[in-house]
Design a protein around this ligand. Structure first.
Ligand SMILES: Cc1cc2nc3c(=O)[nH]c(=O)nc-3n(C[C@H](O)[C@H](O)[C@H](O)COP(=O)(O)OP(=O)(O)OC[C@H]3O[C@@H](n4cnc5c(N)ncnc54)[C@H](O)[C@@H]3O)c2cc1C
Length: 638
């Protein structure tokens, strides 16, 4: 019996998938006043973490802070449900210092689900979307497997690793999404029929073990920091945090052995990665254990981390042991590791292959250029990582709402945020493997620090109507305090008569003062830090640690910051040289063949973007600049 479609409702924005991308997209659209429907396969796996139970770290921590600064949810849910907090790279400069938290997966999911259920103008529905509705080349709705047809002005697809998902464990392979979920098959065919180019990627996850039989004496404890820090710029309301802040749960560091590696070598012929079973391309930076044993054959051991999955959870995520080996081999591998001799495997590791949308087809606003009204975000765009997904979801949700309101898209530049670096790389440089954000990808990383994400983005969030009054007021108070402190340190003179100051300078072998010096100038001395002279400065009680840290970094890195700001100024000039979407690059003489092809594929919005497209040479850019100048003169002479 044929399934009859029925009209099930009309919304302004529909978001498909409530993973990390979909949750941010739906909350953003609803908070910007759009009537929004969030459809997802299973309400019990909203904001599910199918892989590591942690958020943040280098570049990813920066992204979370940018999501927070713009009015997103990930940082708040992360803080409310973190079970361990660590600031990484403390020995390095502020550009790469990054917060990483261990999360209680179930609590994180509930926190995000509660935020969604509490959000006015947001409706949540459990269903499988199988088709997109198009009219006149524009996407204007979806149809579910049960025949429900929903209409809308914008649709955001965030189907993650589910699109034609295939699970592979040894010789076992079957259609499926992560964690025993069903895959999303028809939607992949639908996108192909619409002429949207898809690729095939792979990801993998390690086994989970029960904590009962772990011999912790054979592991090195990895506790959290004593100084508790937050991902969000906002105060944390929930009791969950206050109660447990001091009782962080540790992770445990262990090592594979030569025996482990021998088991893997003996069974390599059964490894889908090496038997050719896996076709999808996986992330180089997140290799499976079998990959590590083959690629780094000279090494006797590889680190593994036991990461707890939650406050009350008995389950450990075995980081560093991602694998798709047959189950019985996985158990052998586990039990060859000191401390896991009697390990109980609760869930096997597996590989998952899935379809993704090749991102060159998107605008920097994450709209599919061929289908106005259709936006894509998250792992579906070829990235990997909760944070990368959430950042894209936020941008896609914002722009889906701005499409409804007929407003220009919000575009974050590479000089304004890691979000800008992420989208610019995805769309202009193309990807050959799942894209993961790294601090080394950001040329302006001294400006894009995690501590100043709000100073870079919160005003933008306010302008687009996503930053609410509570956050705006909090932000303004911080800026007022920061300006007051900047002024104080820029004008307050410390006198050489100040004996306690001279004593401190002597203790740290810093040149004694002969004349008065401004606090800011003194802090610029390399051997001086705020921590060292804090006791002798005028009362700082009025300033939060965040404001003090910010002001100190600005002083300590003034020279580098000014230099990067000058580079950004030059970068901005090229971004201002607009290129229309109507240009027929095939007609521009002097452009290289590859240049013509790539420019036509990506249709850059300006010269700056064009210069970052892989395959477009500096010579091509010179030709384009001449072309623009000729056009300008022609228009002028008309
Ligand atoms: C096995 C595995 C290992 C991973 N390993 C790593 C890693 O090591 N490092 C790392 O950084 N990241 C890793 N990831 C990736 C990380 O999980 C993802 O990057 C992140 O979850 C992507 O978020 P997303 O919102 O794009 O998609 P997802 O979190 O996958 O969410 C997609 C959502 O869409 C829903 N959905 C899908 N299709 C439909 C449909 N047709 N109709 C309705 N709902 C639909 C699903 O139910 C789900 O809720 C791994 C993922 C998996 C599965």
């Amino acid at each position: 019996m044929d399934l009859d479609e029925y009209f099930a409702g009309k919304y302004e924005v529909i978001v498909v998938g409530a993973g990390h991308a979909g949750c941010e997209a739906a909350l953003a659209a609803a908070r910007m006043g759009c009537d929004t429907l969030l459809i997802t396969l299973n309400l019990d796996t909203v904001a599910h973490m199918p892989c590591n139970p942690s958020l943040g770290g280098p570049a990813k921590g920066h992204l979370i802070r940018e999501i927070d600064a713009l009015g997103g949810q990930m940082a708040i849910a992360g803080d409310e449900t973190s079970i361990q907090v660590r600031m990484l790279n403390m020995g390095k400069g502020p550009a790469v210092q990054a917060l990483r938290i261990q999360s209680d997966k179930n609590a994180y999911r509930n926190s995000m689900l509660n935020a969604i259920l509490a959000q006015p103008g947001l409706t949540l529905l459990q269903a499988l979307v199988e088709r997109l509705v198009t009219k006149g080349g524009k996407v204007c709705g979806v149809v579910t497997r049960t025949g429900a047809k929903f209409e809308s002005e914008s649709v955001v697809l965030t189907s993650g690793t589910y699109l034609k998902g295939k699970i592979i464990i040894g010789a076992a392979k079957y259609e499926g999404g992560p964690n025993g979920q069903m895959p999303s098959v028809s939607l992949s065919d639908e996108l192909k029929e619409m002429g949207i180019e898809l690729g095939r990627f792979k990801s993998g996850t390690p086994p989970r073990i029960h904590c009962r039989n772990v011999d912790f004496k054979k592991f090195f404890i990895q506790p959290g920091d004593t100084k508790i820090r937050k991902l969000s710029f906002m105060p944390i309301k929930s009791k969950f945090w206050q109660d447990k802040a001091e009782k962080q749960i540790p992770c445990w560091l262990g090592y594979t052995t030569c025996d482990t590696h021998e088991i893997i070598r003996q069974n390599l012929y059964r490894a889908p990665m090496y038997s050719g079973e896996i076709k999808g391309i996986g992330p180089r930076y997140c290799p499976s254990i079998e990959d590590k044993v083959v690629r780094f054959a000279q090494r006797d051991s590889h680190q593994i981390f036991l990461e707890p999955e939650g406050w009350e959870s008995e389950e450990f995520y075995v980081a560093g042991l991602s694998t798709s080996m047959p189950e019985e081999v996985q158990i052998e591998i586990l039990r060859s590791i000191p401390g896991l001799e009697r390990a109980i495997m609760l869930r096997p590791g597996y590989a998952i292959e899935y379809d993704y949308v090749k991102p060159y087809q998107l605008s920097l606003g994450l709209e599919v250029r061929k289908y106005p009204g259709l936006f894509t975000a998250g792992q579906l765009n070829g990235t990997s990582g909760y944070e990368e997904a959430a950042a894209q979801g936020l941008i896609a949700g914002i722009n889906a709402a701005r499409r409804v309101k007929e407003l220009d898209f919000l575009i974050i530049r590479r000089s304004e945020g890691y979000m800008g670096v992420l989208l610019d790389d995805l769309i202009n440089k193309g990807i050959k493997e799942p894209y993961r954000l790294l601090t080394s990808r950001a040329e302006y990383r001294l400006i894009l620090r995690q501590d100043n994400a709000d100073l870079r983005l919160t005003e933008k969030g306010r302008e687009i109507g996503l930053v609410d009054d509570y956050r705006w007021q909090h932000f303004q108070e911080k800026v007022q305090k920061l300006n007051k402190l900047r002024k104080s340190w820029g004008t307050t003179i410390l006198s050489p008569q100040q004996e306690d100051l001279q004593l401190v300078l002597q203790e740290i072998n810093s040149t004694p003062l002969r004349t008065g010096i401004k606090i800011g100038e003194l802090l610029r001395r390399p051997e001086i830090s705020l921590a060292k002279i804090r006791g002798i400065l005028p009362d700082l009680g009025d300033y939060s640690e965040e404001v003090l840290e910010e002001a100190e970094i600005e002083i300590k890195y003034t020279g580098y910051i000014q230099k990067q700001l000058a580079e950004i100024d030059r970068f901005g000039k090229l971004e201002e040289k607009k290129l229309s979407a109507e240009i027929d690059y095939a007609q521009i003489r002097g452009l290289s063949t590859e240049g013509k092809l790539r420019l036509a594929e990506v249709q850059p919005g300006n010269i700056g973007q064009a210069s970052r497209i892989t395959g477009v040479s500096p010579a091509d850019i010179s030709v384009l600049l001449v072309y623009l100048e000729q056009k300008r003169r022609t228009v002028q002479n008309v």
